[in-house]
Design a protein. Sequence first.
Length: 758
Amino acid sequence: MNLLLWNCRGLGNPRTENELVRLIQAKDPSVVFIAETWTDEARLDRTLSKINFDQKWVAPRLHRGGGLVLFWKNSINIDVIDSHRYYIDTIINGNTENAWHFTGFYGEPETHRRSEAWSKLRSLNSRLNIPWICGGDFNEIVRQEEKWGGAPRDHNQMQLFRDVIDECRFMDLGYVGPKFTWAKHYVDGHSIRIRLDRCLATNSWFQKFPGTRVHHLSCTSSDHSPLLINLSGLPEPRRKRCFRFEEMWLSDPSCGETVEEVWSSTREPDPSIAILKKVAKCEKELTWWNRHKFGHVRRELEMKKNHLVMAENEAMVSGNNTRVRSLRMEINLLQDRESRMWCQRSRVLWLSKDTMEEATVDCLIDEGTRTWNTTMVDGIFAPQEAEEIKNIPLARHETEDTLYWPWEHDGSYSCKTGYRFLKEDEVGFQVAEDQVHEKGLWKKIWALECPNKVRTLMWRACRNSLPSKCNLVRQTIISEQGCDRCKEENEDVMHALWSCKELDSVWEANNLWSFRNQQHFSNFSELLAWVFDHQRNPSLFAFTIWSVWHQRNQVRTQQPYCPLNHLSQWAHDRYVEFKALKTAPNTSRPERRVRWKPPAQETFKINFDGAIFAEEKCSGLGAIVRDREGLVIAAMATRVPQQLQPIEIEALAASKALVFARELGISEAVLEGDSSLVMSALNSKNPSLAPFGLLIQDSLNVSTCFSKLSYSHTKREGNTVAHSLAQLAVNASNCVIWMEDVPSDVLSVYHADLAGIS
């Protein structure tokens, strides 16, 4: 009889589950104890079916991590006595002379709470007086020699573990294989190895099963090694396997060449005998080819695993784990190939169940806290993908999946945006190409010191929407697209404004444009971005571009025009005139400053705001509740460990502010924020289909707890206290609350609001 014990670090990872299947197929255990399942019972039911076991017992997880499960076959007489987040306690062959006590144990990972786990282990000692074996991940060592690398283990921690071993009269069963069962390999080359997993047994156990062996097995999907307990201590007999054609061979072109060569070489008059001979020879040749050229997957896997053991030993001496990390990646790839092989052999698509292709997103969400299961997300996805997933905000309540139109703020489809999308796709506008860069370019264009007609021309040039002759031919308005100036090339936007050789006298008149013959640009957006980045007076450049286009149109319409050799000076004069007008004193009436206004009647006002901290990769939100006199009821600043989008953090701040007010016992209030999109969504009768609409729905759900609630939009100047609180959240560990006061950093802003009331 064999028992398999393993801290798998999450059964949600398909590679981990596949490796568990391979271990069970190879070692044939009757009982399997798994720690840190990180999943729910429904997923464990699917795992039970996948490994072809009959029964299970689950000790549920409390939060994101943890979770224990025991699988066993009906051929084993096993009774579960008790379970806890630290253990699953059983009797095997109960009520017989051959009864013995088995406990799958998981030690407390947090050092300051580890004594709780030892107390539970002591309580198990007093229950039964039969042979007892206890194994699993104890998260502790008994002496310094069981750790390599990193800081030395605290002596008191180890002594507490030694004490409980002595009290339970345990002895270590030893091991066969690598010394350490847990390893952490860092990118800088150093590693830490610890023997955290072990099997302990009483003296009566040693007398009952004197040949017991504990094998430390190798794996790559978890940082813990599986433990195989063999009660007889005898090696398993080898079985001769029959020949099977493997689908994975088709990935190598030489496989097909080998088959073709066999079928073309056999000569036999009798067709039926010829086919049999070809099949037999094909089997022989493919077996040889697989062994000597393609590489037998299982044999190569075993060889790589042996190399991994040696590489880990060498890394302990050299302090460099580069070879270890490389071998672990190669083993993962080989195991993926083996998974394809088992999928083919099963003749049913058992491997397609619960794979990443069929898994649903809700598997990645912790149902209890409605947050992302960060450990599972990090374990399944690449780092960049995992970071993007974790930055998606989640609603407080489960909602149905829905489609939304990403070209509208509220997610609803409109004919206008649909038409715009189709036209942009038809004309070839590269809207999706580097949208962040493009958005920044638009802001720079509209900030130019130029008249609106010049800015509009620059914007249209970047969008390739000027009526150049090439664009007019594309619209079937004209049939000839040659340049009227040089008579040599086709006139697209770049040629008409920049690269035509007839424009040399314009662009060579000023040293600012000396890069014209040195830099190449594929479109006008690249050219303008270069001018902005290298600070070549973008406003003067825009005036010159407008002058070139204006002169071109005057020539085409046979109107008086400025010669090209004077055009640069003419553009410069217009630029100087415009600057002089802009610097003239402004005699218009100054705009009245927006200030915070107290609520009307006997109600309270809740102000909220959000902030994004790009460097810290997180967000923050602030909220303050004040009465009609402006006095503070309470204030809050909360750090959000996600880098949300601006609209998302604003919507989340609204929801959190309402929850905060309800916890204060407020039933009549005005909710005020400076995001027009959020406030209009809250006031709208139609649900928002956009991603942030789930957060809006959270706010609407909370609003039903108020007897009277209205929504108000203000500008940033009227929301300065909430804005300052949101900025403070970057230094908060989680959530900070001030009752009838505000933090000292916000005091001056708060007093300014009070002064505005008076």
